[in-house]
Ligand binder design. Sequence first.
Ligand code: GDP
Ligand code: MG
Length: 753
Amino acid sequence: MKNFALAGNPNCGKTTLFNSLTGSTAHVGNWPGVTVDKREGIYKKCEQPVNIVDLPGIYSLSPYTPEEVISRNYILKEKPDCVINIVDATNLERNLYLTTQLLEMDVPVVVALNMMDVVNKEGNDVDAEKLELALGVPVIKVSALKGSGLKELMNRAYVETENPRKGRSVISDKTVDKIIDSCRKDLEAKNIDNALFYALKLVEADELAVNTYPEVAEKVKKYTDKTEDETFGKDFEALIADARYKFISSECSSAFIQHEKNKKTNMSKSDKADKVLTNRILGIPIFLIILFAVFHLTFSENFLFIGALLPEGWVSCAGTAFEGVFGDGGINSPGVILFNLLDLTTSSISDAVASAMETSGASAWASGLLVDGILGGLFAILSFLPQILLLFLFFSILEDSGYMARVAFILDRIFRRFGLSGRAFMPMIMGFGCSVPAMVNTRTLADEKERIATIRVIPFFSCGAKLPILTAIAGGIVMQFGIGNADVITYLMYLLGIVVAIAAVLLMRATTMKGEVPPFIMELPAYHLPQFKSLMLHMWDKVKHFVKKAFTIILASTIVIWFISHFSWSWGYLPDENIDSSILAGLGQLFQPIFTPLGFGSQLGKWGWVFAVAAVTGLIAKENVIATFGTLAACITAGFVADESLEGIDSVVQMISATGITVPALIAFIAFNMLTIPCFAAVATAKAELPGKKSFNMTILFWVVTSYLVSAMVYTIGSWWWTLFIWLAVWATAITLIVLNNLGKLKIPSRKK
Ligand code: GDP
Ligand code: MG
């Protein structure tokens, strides 16, 4: 079977084209660098089926990033029958830079001019024939999104595979022409494929090429040692890059036909939006506002803050089964309405199961296990699914539209000088979805130390699984203590995660993880309206993942928790009222003192151990924290809560308040769970992605220490405001010591390497 490779810049539409051609449902996003994995599929509409490979997005074939090396080696070694070079026609000159390099390889190349729908919509056009003449390979206009031109593209590509193609260079420069040519001849004499490509790379002093052909590299070195260019000196890499751009601007740029009216404004809509959205001063505040809007839509019980305008004591659907679902005091946001509806459903299921168990005469422990243990635990988590999905949907929209790439850009501008590049922010922001793919995505970071630091802080970007912790406890705070709004509390907790992450990276980059910050070249993709289908696919993946987890890890955990909470050390069955003498309570009480400085330790009453237990079960999966509360709530509250009808999350709130915990301690509890060792899957991924055992062990220690310190800070400052000054003094001293040490004014003895 013939084999075609798709190559192009990040965001040029490779994955979209790949999906249209192969009909597969691979992830489509606006995330530069998401395509680290190799994806393959079959195109069936040519004479013969064709295998198609989606290569990672790249800007050049230099050896600096893993994506570049993957793509380049694939073409050189696997020798596809044709390379389809996807070029974003809205960004022609920038994209052709890669094309000039692909042309140097001995492989048939066909250029797919993508996004032609956007170009045409703006009234512009591209002269494909002119481009074809300049590049010497077929150029076909397509729209991967609309599916136009794809058949022609594939047929042209198929025809091209019939004739072998020799590499061709567009570079013409008197300083290097001769040496390139002579290298090429040397390599050809040795029967080496892609001689022209390697000859150029040798002149660029490309590390991989130099290592592969040391003798020819020696010859280049002799030449370059005695040569100096007027403009570029000894930087031949820059000289060649410049020659490529010269070719593009003299031969190709005129192929882009701009409509008269656009010539004047000469600024696309995206550029205009970027003037505001990536503004030096406004960029960050706008991001914070957008983020708040997202949380408001998902969690607010006072939607658009119109509660004050409503009549006193207003309750939606008062007196019906739906009482309060749509609002109570204020209007509920869409997320809360969905949450209430699901909670209503799960409560009725629990009720039905409970009465069925009763009529069938099942034993007390069996019905306790099923209704309180399993359903109590599972439903406590399940009711958050709508909010998890909604939040995830908003993040997907921000990502797919191209906005998140801007956020990375804005942050890069601020933090680059402190050793943190925009490239590192992209996997971090992905962490809002799930830490596991985000950690894998750090492979795009060239500097190993930056990569280690990034992997460590990714879990601080609170993922979907941690969301129930934030929401349930925020809801509890609002319900029990009547302070704040659930949306404000969750939003602030997310921000706390981001701030701790950035502070921790900066601290590491200033101390143990010092290193270069490689340049962050990223073309900001034009804003796109996200595709409905792709958003739904993202969400569907999330639902599948959630359901799978619910019926495996979480289910198993709730059963184990229920059993060890209803048996004593002597294996006698304990009724609900006595579970504080269970095995679980015993274990919890053992750990409890550790959490005293964080506010949820020994100072709590009889039931305080549930916090210790929940935090520990969270190490398996973060959903377990609230599932554990759910499993235990029914039994614990059974003894003393007057309102026996409380169910689901309400009974969790009852139980929490029965422990006598304070608001600062609850916030500290959220912070601890958000920042401590992440779930099992994330730990395993970190282990696989980190370079060695030592850095992995240090990472675990880092998580433990950071979570402990930050929650202790939250608790103490929240409880006794003046402790703020003590913490400030401690941090100021630490930072001063680090700065002095880095300036060389202080000699902190370091271990020998
Ligand atoms: P990749 O990074 O190269 O894999 O790019 P993607 O396939 O993820 O596409 C990036 C964005 O461009 C997505 O939002 C796509 O919906 C959008 N896109 C891709 N091709 C086209 C096209 O032909 N026209 C338009 N209007 N948008 C496109
Ligand atoms: Mg892609």
